[in-house]
Design a protein around this ligand. Sequence first.
Ligand SMILES: [Zn+2]
Ligand SMILES: [Zn+2]
Length: 368
Amino acid sequence: MRTKAAVVRETGRLTIEEVDLAPPKQGEVLVRMHSAGVCHSDLHTLRGELRAQPPLVLGHEGAGVVEAVGSGVSNCEPGDRVVVNWLPACESCQTCLGGRHNLCERLARTTFRALLADGTTRLATADGMPLKHFLSAATMAEHAVVAEASIVPIPDGVSFDVAAVIGCAVATGVGAVINTAKAVPGVPAAVIGCGGVGLSALLGCKLAGCNPVIAVDVLDSKLDFARSLGADVGLNISGEDKPARALRALTDVGIEYAFDSVGSASTILLSLSAVRPGGTATIVGLHAAKELVGIPAGALVLQNKRLLGSFAGSIRPRLDLPKLLGLYLGGRLPLDGLITKRYPLEALPQAFEDMEAGHIARGVLALT
Ligand SMILES: [Zn+2]
Ligand SMILES: [Zn+2]
């Protein structure tokens, strides 16, 4: 079939064009996409900064309606409303059996190389060039073929927009707090960087009962989003010589948890120095992914701090995404406030611009 998609034919070149999409094979599902979240990972991929290389179709968080299923599919049927998640864990490798679905051994061979779970693709340009599926999802399109393992049903009462962002930003941010750091109530927490993932970590801190919850950024517009989502304090560190000291000065007892959604050398150091002795710094962002970062090792040991990495919120998608959807329905995760703008597919370049400028908390593409 033909469908419209956000295509990266070569690094740095984004086009919205009609592409060919082959029908779902065994264990695969065809989804009519309604909503797709706009994430930094898509922009990094357009710029050639991640492992997945073009030619490919962008998008890795999304929601829509099942239109057809291949043979052997048992967890959904045509007409079902579903989340497409970008972590199609095999649920049978040693790592999955150990409960670490976010690190499933199949992902390195397939998902991170922008292939479907069977290692192939169903997409091609109208002139016949094969296209890969970013993170096994390729949700920035009117239709997507994905593995059954990527599918999570959406309960009634959850919009496609909310369902779309649950699969990436929300899972990554809330998961870092609940699954990775296992935050406990009543202690101060700081979130560094207030984009989609950082704001989700902030919601996770509120859910965990941390108090106060401090939002840190270099843009006032992002701190405003943080306050509207429940941050007790906002700290702009753009003019701060000693941001860790400024952060520590905000509480009497010290910060127990820091969540770094940026992951640059400076924010990793800030997270580690901001937490009190015995505190936990959890690194979620990937800006310094290819750098060596020096840390004060003596203070780490002498102050008994914990420095944790959190990939995709340590989630087990088919277990944890339904929980997050339930928390939203129960009023415990106010995600409607996270989505501040909707764009047509053609306006994706504008959505990327707005995201980088801090004009939006989370943007979504309205695909239907
Ligand atoms: Zn993402
Ligand atoms: Zn696995």
